[in-house]
Design a binder for this molecule. Sequence first.
Ligand SMILES: Cc1cc2nc3c(=O)[nH]c(=O)nc-3n(C[C@H](O)[C@H](O)[C@H](O)COP(=O)(O)OP(=O)(O)OC[C@H]3O[C@@H](n4cnc5c(N)ncnc54)[C@H](O)[C@@H]3O)c2cc1C
Length: 475
Amino acid sequence: MSDGSPPAPARRGTPRTADRSAVVVGGGLAGVTAALALADAGVRVTLLEGRPRLGGLAFSFRRGSLTVDNGQHVYLRCCTAYRWFLDRIEATALAPLQDRLDVPVVDVAKPEGRRLGRLRRDPLPVPLHLGRSLAAYPHLSLAERAAVGRAALALKGLDPADPALDGQDFGSWLAAHGQSARAVEALWDLVGVATLNAVAGDASLGLAAMVFKTGLLSDPGAADIGWARVPLGELHDRLARRALDSAGVRTEVRTRVTSVSVNGNGAWSVQVPGGNLETDAVVLAVPHREAHDLLPPGALDAPERLLRIGTAPILNVHVVYDRPVLARPFLAALGTPVQWVFDRTHASGLRTGQYLALSQSAAQDEIDTPVAELRERYLPELERLIPGTRAAVVEDFFVTRERTATFAPAPGVGRLRPGARTKAPGLYLAGAWTATGWPATMESAVRSGVSAADAALSALGRPRPRHLFEFEEAA
Ligand SMILES: Cc1cc2nc3c(=O)[nH]c(=O)nc-3n(C[C@H](O)[C@H](O)[C@H](O)COP(=O)(O)OP(=O)(O)OC[C@H]3O[C@@H](n4cnc5c(N)ncnc54)[C@H](O)[C@@H]3O)c2cc1C
């Protein structure tokens, strides 16, 4: 932790051959990744984070005896960069993957009662791995299931990197490929809203194709789900901090950078309250609006484009019951405003009863709704969805609101996302919002951090660390 005094400036007049330095601004997953990668290559790194902790948008806080995540986070087996990151911070065992994709989907729309379906895979090659599950999926008619199969095959033929796809919306593509409103609700949006943070009609076809192709059609195990069995802060703050310390990174929290400028001699100056740091390279790993405000003139051709990247909210509704109410680790819901429900009991440290978190993505309509109103809306919905809650006593009810949880994956967003390199030598960009090809996820953040470090290392003349995450060759 910072003692409140400004970080000591990096040594001036450093010989520019050997002892290279970099400052990484922002201690989210992108910044932590960039800092680790640079330090592993022998660069002297200072990481500056404005808040009192690392982890950015994926963090935990205390509420009485509970440790609460600001929002449920999951990843998929195909998130190879985030899995590399977990390995690098020695956290893999704390955020394991399912052996095999298995998502219970409960529909409560019909008056005659709840209906359980499952999205799961068989140990078969793509696309047969999902064939049996789709064929038996009770939330769609036979004709709808057949149409889903045809649309999935059509998706397989799309190139997510094709700029023409970026400008189209996924909803129109689904309609043009014979998908009923019900198929969109019960399958495409069930997965897409949680991964893209937008309904199909509001999502770029390029990003949606990327998610569905990679997750469902690249490898049989690609969509197996992983999540932290401990608070997110344990991974993204404590263990990340330990890895940074042992890599020799100097980490300063509560240190907000106010400006970044280049000196006449090509060195960079990073301004923090009460001091400044001189360095060879700067990685700006802050959200896109903050990056816009920190970019020096001329660093991007059209910096105002960053301000045209929208944001999208995620709401989490947290309910603590006095007794166990749900036997599964999570479920997805249909026919109710509830989207996904996760059991947080163990991870939060709750000793008796059960703690459920409802993860509500694309929550534009509810992000400012008062807690009392959300309570009135969601407790009865949980009673419809999870019968065990009907006799249980609610011991605590609260919400966490992330108004700018992700960038909005709207059609056209792809051409607004810059890459890691700027026009200013020595200045690099990282963040889930940069041009990684992925939606705003932990995977995108880690990939962006690796790309920024790669770009900086090649300019600094440092070899890439051997164990750094390797990008796959494009097919
Ligand atoms: C509720 C919620 C649920 C989510 N669910 C999932 C999920 O299930 N799966 C998934 O993969 N992703 C999920 N995400 C998205 C994921 O958390 C983000 O994409 C990822 O964490 C972004 O990391 P980042 O490093 O790019 O940015 P950030 O996490 O935003 O980090 C940027 C950091 O920069 C710091 N900063 C800003 N300005 C300055 C400054 N001037 N000086 C110093 N520091 C500064 C900020 O304090 C912050 O720590 C979710 C996000 C939320 C909010």
